[in-house]
Each structure stands twice: as C-alpha cells, then as structure tokens.
Design a protein around this ligand. Structure first.
Ligand SMILES: Cc1ncc(COP(=O)(O)O)c(C=O)c1O
Length: 377
C-alpha cells in the first residue's frame, strides 16, 4: 500500500466542479491582482476567525514581515521567537532589521514555553511571536500577561493553525495582529503562494493594506514606504471556494489524529502528540516522538523508522530537523547546541506521519501496523 504524506490531487478532484469555474471567472474578468475574489475571501476568512480585518497578501512569509513592519519594528529591536518553528517565523524580524531571540518550547504542546519567555526579555525587546505550531495554539494567556507587563507586542504566526481555538476562541484575533500562510500544503492552501494578516485594530489593517500595495493611499500617491505583497485574484477565488470546506476538512484531520492516537498510544517507543486542555488542535502535522529506550540512540532509531516506513510505501516528514538557534544563517547570534534541550530533543526524535483529511482508515491502520512491526514487543 502507498501512503503519501499529503495528497492534494485527491482534494482537488473532490472540489473540481467548484474550483474550475471560480478560476475561469477571474480570467474572464482579467481580475488578476486583488479585486473582488480577494475582497470576498478576506471578508469570509475574517468572519470564520471572528476577527475584524483580514488582508490577503502574497505569502505567509510576507505576512510575517508585514505584521512586524506595520507595528514599526526596526533595526536594533529584539523579537522573541520559539526555537521550534519554521524559519519563516524569524524572517519577519530579520526583514525589519530586528534581532530574533529564541526561546525553548514546552515538551507537551511543542509550542513556546511561556515560563522561559521573561528571561529572554531585554530593554530592546519589542515583540513576542506566538507560533501555533503543527495546528495547536500556544498558551496565549501567560504570554499576553508578559506582553502587558513589559509593554511589548504579542503577535501570532497562524501559518499552521487555520480555525484552531484557544479556550474556545479562534486564533488570528488573540493578539495585536496575526499572519496566516496559504501555501498549497497548509490546512487551507492556495494553488500557488498566498498569505494573510488578520487584526482587530483598524489602524494596523489600514497600514498593512497600504504597505502591501507600495505604501499607496491611492494609485501613484505613496504615503509611506511599501512593497508589492498583494494577493493574486486566482488565489482569492480558490481560497474562497476551499474555505467553505474547511470545517469539514478540519474534522477530517481530527478524525485521523484520533485514529493514530488510538492505535499508537500504548506503544512504549512512541510518544503521541498531546492536545492541551485549552486547545482545539487542527493537526496540520501529526508529529510523534520516537524513543529507543536509550536517549543516545533515539535519533538513529527515528531515522531507521523513517526509512522502514519509506521502504513500505509510507512517506513521512521531519519538522524540523535543525532548530532555528543552530541554523548556519544565525551563527552570528552565538547560540550553541544544548541551549534549548526540549526543541533539540524534538528535532532528533520527531517524525511527522501522513496527515490529510482524506486519509482512509485502512491507510492509517497500515501506517500503525508498520510502526508496530518495527518495534516488536
Ligand atoms: C510556522 C510558519 N510560519 C510561516 C510560514 C511561511 O509561509 P509561506 O510558505 O506561505 O511563506 C510557514 C510555512 O511553511 C510556517 O509553517
């Protein structure tokens, strides 16, 4: 049996009847940049996340940059970022000329550890980026308290967490401003690059809209510095169609996660993801940890399991094998291996199993049976 990590073709076939005319409509109207399809999607996406404003942009990376740019981050400032995230979270800070300051993650949620944030705050700290990694919200209440106490911004990176909830509230409106990615493989994915900034603050929304379109208030009147970070019309149309299915797809991901959990939780060599009591997890990724019984060998065991699954037709991923603080591009920040042990352990032992809403029970059972076969009792 073949079990791909992700299958976007199956999903397209299930919505082809709606997608094709929506794309054709953009072409017929030559509405290639922003336009009605993007405006309609922005309003629907804002409603779905119970947030006042949504600005469609060119990617999640650009959304990360826009959030901090609109808040006025500048060279010399510091931004607190989890060491366990995708590199694009840090680009938001570096593109503003600010310095990323990394913080370890918690072993339960895999998200930034609020108890370690205050130690990283200095006079130069201007913002904390809470990443809702793998689809599970970060613990926002303690982070918010720290942000208020130190008079700094709290923002969210929701690239992996469309429709996730923290204490019953949707992500994307839980902080000053938030970024989303619509990279094709995301829970809500475009048919190309795409992203968004959401906020409840009208001034930030206005500023993001200006910056994404060359800092212009109207054509050729450039009030502030800007860039071209606009969303394409075709992406707005595709996302508008797909958003209508997102609740159902999220339920599908949660069904897959529950089945994995049921079949794997009793294996002593596997730690399954923990859904925190405050969270509605949307399982962008299902990251297990592989334990060999001897910490020194966990990494080799994980790699061997990945190879074994691959040899049996099962594709898996690593998220993320090299933590941000030891990435070569951040060598000048002088972090070293050992600085963030929880993140480092996850990098060595984490394995992302196939995860998408259309995954069939037989496929999940096959994946779990191969994992069991690899770890004979
Ligand atoms: C946590 C996180 N932040 C930001 C991004 C960047 O999004 P994009 O690929 O749309 O630029 C990603 C995408 O992989 C991500 O996972």
């Amino acid at each position: 049996m073949q079990v791909p990590f992700l299958d976007l073709k199956v999903q397209y076939q299930s919505i082809k009847q709606e997608i094709d005319p929506a794309i054709q409509n953009v072409i017929d109207n030559a509405a290639f940049i922003l336009g009605k399809s993007v405006a309609d999607f922005e309003s629907d996406f804002a409603k779905a996340h119970n947030v006042k404003y949504c600005c469609g942009v060119s990617s999640g990376t650009d959304a990360n940059h826009l959030v901090l740019w609109a808040l006025g981050l500048k060279p010399g400032d510091e931004v607190i970022i989890p060491a366990n995230t995708f590199i694009a979270t840090a680009w938001g800070a570096t593109l503003c000329g600010a310095k990323p300051v990394f913080v370890d993650c918690e072993s339960g949620s895999y998200n930034i550890d609020p108890s370690k944030v205050e130690k990283a705050i200095t006079k130069k700290t201007e913002a904390i980026v809470a990443v809702h990694l793998y689809g599970q919200p970060a613990d926002m209440d303690p982070l918010n308290e720290i942000a208020i106490k130190h008079n700094i911004y709290l923002v969210e990176d929701c690239a992996q967490s469309h429709l996730a909830e923290y204490k019953g509230k949707k992500v994307g409106g839980l902080s000053e401003a938030a970024s989303f990615s619509y990279y094709p493989g995301k829970n809500l994915g475009a048919y190309g690059e795409g992203g968004a900034v959401t906020t409840n603050n009208p001034e930030i929304a206005q500023k993001v809209k200006m910056i994404r379109d060359h800092g212009a208030v109207q054509k050729y009147n450039h009030e502030i510095f800007g860039h071209n970070y606009r969303m394409e019309g075709i992406q707005g149309a595709v996302l508008g169609v797909k958003l209508k299915h997102l609740d159902k797809w999220t339920d599908g991901r949660r069904r897959v996660a529950a089945k994995y959990r049921e079949l794997l939780r009793d294996l002593k060599n596997i730690k399954v993801p923990v859904e925190m009591p405050y969270a509605k997890h949307v399982y962008h990724l299902y990251v297990i940890q592989v334990r060999s019984g001897d910490k020194q060998n966990d990494n080799q065991k994980r790699d061997a399991l990945q190879k074994y699954l691959g040899d049996n037709g099962i594709s898996t991923g690593l998220h993320y094998p090299i933590p941000l603080h030891v990435q070569p591009c951040f060598r000048d920040l002088n972090y070293k291996k050992g600085d963030f042990p929880v993140t480092e352990q996850l990098a060595e032992t984490g394995l992302s199993l196939p995860m998408y809403p259309e995954l069939k029970d037989e496929q999940i059972e096959y994946v779990c049976s191969k994992i069991k076969e690899f770890f004979p009792a």
